[in-house]
Each structure stands twice: as structure tokens, then as C-alpha cells.
Write a protein that binds this ligand. Structure first.
Ligand code: URA
Length: 193
């Protein structure tokens, strides 16, 4: 792993930019690969992520991993991070000042990852990343361009775990993102045998 990426991660791990530093167990920066054509950005660490120091390793992560397997995405095909890197107490939504404090770190992370395609997981990530208040149900599954990236919001896996009727939409959206990567020549199409 590149030493400047490792330096960045080490810097994140000692971050004191907001009050979440006082209550976290771990700073949760990433899993997957650096660099990566595909980056997924969630909201912020939950209890299990805080315990292990990796994003999406709880129930939502298990669902994501099933989707990755189904769509033929190996660990070196994606990078996962979050809007904020420290767990808010009681899993509340991130506060605006926490999102703003973490933003420069997320921007540097994106510069290291160099994704072409970014998937935003859930309404909180969508609003924090774009500043747009439109409900996630109206924007999910559609790509737009921001800062030179193809960005697509979709439902958060935790939402799908709470309301199983929505699972087909999350499934379809990951397929849409995969097809975009294929169209860009960055992934081989899935073979059907
Ligand atoms: N939910 C998130 O948004 N991020 C995680 O890392 C885990 C659960």
C-alpha cells in the first residue's frame, strides 16, 4: 500500500476535528481497495464498525457483500467509506458540523481512490454529498455528474433490511452502477453460463 495513503489513514486515526473524537472507539476510514474505479459512500459508522474500525461490517455490510458477490465485484473492485468517520452516539444522524469537519478528509480520500463511479448509500449521504434536499426515493438509481465523477444515489442497505419490499430497487441500482462501469470499459461484463 502506498505510504502517502497510509500517512493519510494515520492522520485520520488521530483526528480531533469534532466532538465525536471523545466517544469513538475507532476512526473508521475504509475497506476494499485503493485506488478503485468504484467508491461507495455511506453515512457513518455504526456500533460494529466502531468496534472493528472498518465500514459496513455489521448487518448492512453483510447485505452489501451479498450484492457484491451477486454482481461479480471482488474486494479489489471497490472502495467503501463514509460521510463521517466516527460513530455518532446512539447511531443518531451526523450533525451538520460533523459533516463539515469530516469533509476535507473525505475529499482527500476520494482523491486517493480516484473513482469514476460513486454510489451514495442513503438519503443522509446524498444530502451531505450534494447539498440537495430531494428525497432519496426520487433520485435513486439515476446518475448525475459532480466534480467529474458519475454519482448515483441509492437506498441505504439498513433501510432495505427494515423494509424488505425495497430490496429489488437496491439490487437494480447496483446493477445500473455495474453497467456504467462496463460502458466505461472498466469492468468486464458478467458472463452467464
Ligand atoms: N451504515 C453506514 O452508513 N456506514 C457504515 O459503515 C455502516 C453502516
Amino acid at each position: 500500500m502506498d505510504s502517502s495513503w497510509q500517512t493519510f489513514v494515520t492522520e485520520c486515526e488521530s483526528c480531533q476535528r469534532c466532538e465525536l473524537a471523545a466517544t469513538r472507539q475507532h476512526v473508521v476510514v475504509w475497506r476494499g481497495h485503493v485506488p478503485s474505479h468504484l467508491m461507495l459512500i455511506g453515512e457513518g459508522p455504526g456500533a460494529e464498525e466502531d468496534r472493528q474500525g472498518k465500514p459496513f461490517v455489521g448487518r448492512s455490510g453483510q447485505l452489501l457483500d451479498i450484492l457484491f458477490t451477486a454482481f461479480g465485484l471482488a474486494e479489489n473492485n471497490y472502495h467503501i467509506g463514509n460521510i463521517i468517520k466516527c460513530r455518532p452516539p446512539g447511531n443518531r444522524n451526523p450533525l451538520e458540523e460533523e459533516v463539515q469537519a469530516c469533509r476535507p478528509l473525505l475529499e482527500r480520500q476520494i482523491q486517493f481512490v480516484k473513482p469514476q463511479v460513486i454510489i451514495l448509500l442513503g438519503g443522509v449521504a446524498y444530502k451531505a454529498f450534494t447539498g440537495d434536499q430531494t428525497p432519496i426515493s426520487r433520485v435513486r438509481g439515476k446518475f448525475f455528474e459532480q466534480d467529474g465523477y458519475y454519482v448515483m444515489p441509492t437506498f441505504h442497505p439498513a433501510y432495505v433490511l427494515r423494509d424488505n419490499r425495497q430490496r429489488k430497487k437496491l439490487w437494480a441500482d447496483i446493477g445500473i452502477a455495474r453497467r456504467r462501469l462496463e460502458e466505461l470499459g472498466l469492468l468486464e461484463p458478467l458472463s452467464f453460463v
